[in-house]
Each structure stands twice: as structure tokens, then as C-alpha cells.
Write a protein that binds this ligand. Structure first.
Ligand SMILES: C[S@@+](CC[C@H](N)C(=O)[O-])C[C@H]1O[C@@H](n2cnc3c(N)ncnc32)[C@H](O)[C@@H]1O
Length: 261
């Protein structure tokens, strides 16, 4: 059973092990005018602040929603300027029209979208955006490395091979899920490919943070790295979906009522 608080139980390891998001993703958000000095951002499922940090450094103000108390404590220590709510995206207090941008970084798959999408629609300003991305650990387009062959052999032994929800690369399915209620429309889909060299210890830490990997499997993956010389180059991918908040009749009323000067 996948547990959304898995990450909280491994907060220290999570903070140490998860690699940062690629610079090209931050550049895209900046170049599209979505993340600038003064942008009011809502970071949903913020964890230890892997996305919160770069957004604060870009000059945004960030409200972070994180249900795990240990993760939130890390986030507070590392990024004290963020406003933090220890809460879920489904229940956190979200004032109306308070944010320009909402983001879910490797987190949207944990949310009840029937509840969260209308809440995001309400708390974003007219013309606001929702950016959804995740680091996917294993690029299906890359050549199968010896380490990835060992990883595939480990996961192939699992009893339950049925996916419980759309996978990391099912961008089309995620777009359907994010747009079918009519609260949001897609404006951009992009994918960033990158590589990283990791030691056996780093693989052990990183795979410990994966909610679908057990301790024996993690040990086996780290052993595979040692067998292969102690370091492996991993090929990872970060798919990004940018959505725009759908306009409503109330928005045009609000605009009409705005004083002109
Ligand atoms: C894979 S972590 C990503 C954390 C962070 N955004 C990052 O980029 O490293 C997923 C996060 O979603 C949080 N989470 C799980 N269910 C949630 C929910 N219903 N609402 C908000 N956050 C949730 C978890 O506690 C965890 O911190």
C-alpha cells in the first residue's frame, strides 16, 4: 500500500538524497513570465523545499503546504522565509485570489483532484497558472544501462505489477485529469532530460525515498552499483505541464468593477 506519509518517515534521507530540479525548468517558468520577483506562489506538497527554495531565490513569496511534520520542520529550517501550513492540499486554508502561481513538484499524484482543482481555481487570480512537474527516475528513451537492467530485474520480481495510477510518463492521462473538470486548460507541455552520477550510497539514499521500494530492494540496488564499480550515471526526465486557470463570468465582473486611473 502506498503511503503519502512515507516521505515524512524518511525526512532526513529525503532532504539529503533527492536531486534538484533542472535549471532549464526554472528558466522556462521565468521566461514564460510565471516566476518573477514578487510572484505569489503556492507550493503544494512542498516536502523539504526542493521547489520552494529556488522559487524564493527567484524573488517569489512562497506559501508551502506540507502534511508531513518532519518534512515541514526541514523546510522551515532551510527556508525560513516560506509561509508553511502543515496540512493537505485538500484542507489547507487557501484565501480567494491570493496566488499568481500554484505548483505541484513531484506531488500531484498524491492529491484528490476532485477536491483540489476547484480549490486552486478559487485561490488563483484570474489569469493565474498551475505548474505540475515531477522528477522521473529512469528515462525510458535512454539506452538501458547495466544498472537499469539490474533495477528492472528487481522490480520484475514484485507480486503486484499493476499500476495503481497513471505513471510518471503518462503526460496525456495527467493532462486529461487536470483539465477535464474545466477549471484549467493546458498552455504548455515540455520535458527536460538530464543525467546525474550517483554512488552506491547515494543510490541507497535516493531509492529509500521512493514510496514503492522496500528496504531489501533498496539494498539490492545499492549492491548493484557496487558490483558495477561504485558509481553509475543515471538518466532522468522531468515532464512539465503548465495550466492556465479558466476564466469565469465573475472574473469579467471583477475586471469591470476595477477602478481605472
Ligand atoms: C515526492 S514528495 C515531493 C516533495 C517536494 N515537492 C519536492 O519536490 O521534493 C511528495 C510530497 O507530497 C506530500 N503530500 C502527500 N499527500 C499530500 C496531500 N494530500 N496534500 C499535500 N501534500 C501531500 C508528501 O508529504 C510529500 O512531501
Amino acid at each position: 500500500m502506498l503511503d503519502p506519509l512515507h516521505f515524512d518517515a524518511h525526512a532526513d534521507t529525503y532532504d539529503r538524497a533527492r536531486p534538484p530540479y533542472p535549471a532549464a525548468l526554472w528558466k522556462r517558468l521565468h521566461d514564460d513570465g510565471l516566476l518573477r520577483r514578487g510572484t505569489r506562489v503556492l507550493d503544494l506538497g512542498a516536502g523539504t523545499g526542493l521547489a520552494t527554495g529556488p522559487m524564493l531565490q527567484a524573488g517569489a513569496s512562497v506559501t508551502a503546504i506540507e502534511p508531513g511534520p518532519a518534512l515541514a520542520a526541514h523546510l522551515h529550517r532551510r527556508w525560513p522565509k516560506a509561509t508553511i501550513h502543515i496540512d493537505r492540499a485538500e484542507t489547507a486554508p487557501l484565501p480567494p485570489a491570493a496566488f499568481d502561481l500554484a505548483v505541484a513538484a513531484t506531488a500531484v499524484h498524491w492529491f484528490d483532484l476532485d477536491v483540489v482543482l476547484p480549490r486552486l481555481h478559487r485561490c488563483l487570480v484570474p489569469g493565474g497558472h498551475f505548474a505540475v512537474w515531477r522528477n522521473a527516475y529512469g528515462d525510458p528513451a535512454a539506452d538501458l544501462t547495466p544498472f537499469r537492467q539490474r533495477v528492472a530485474a528487481i522490480t520484475a520480481r514484485r507480486d503486484d505489477q499493476s499500476p495503481r495510477r497513471p505513471g510518471e510518463f503518462d503526460t496525456g492521462v495527467w493532462i486529461d485529469r487536470l483539465t477535464s473538470s474545466g477549471h484549467f486548460a493546458t498552455t504548455r507541455i515540455e520535458q527536460f532530460s538530464w543525467t546525474i552520477e550517483l554512488s552506491a550510497e547515494q543510490i541507497h539514499d535516493l531509492f529509500t525515498t521512493f514510496s514503492n521500494w522496500n528496504a531489501a530492494e533498496v539494498d539490492e540496488a545499492a549492491q548493484a552499483v557496487n558490483d558495477l564499480g561504485g558509481n553509475v550515471v543515471e538518466h532522468y526526465v522531468t515532464p512539465l505541464i503548465i495550466l492556465e486557470r479558466a476564466a469565469t463570468d465573475d472574473d469579467s465582473q471583477q475586471t469591470a468593477e476595477m477602478p481605472s486611473n
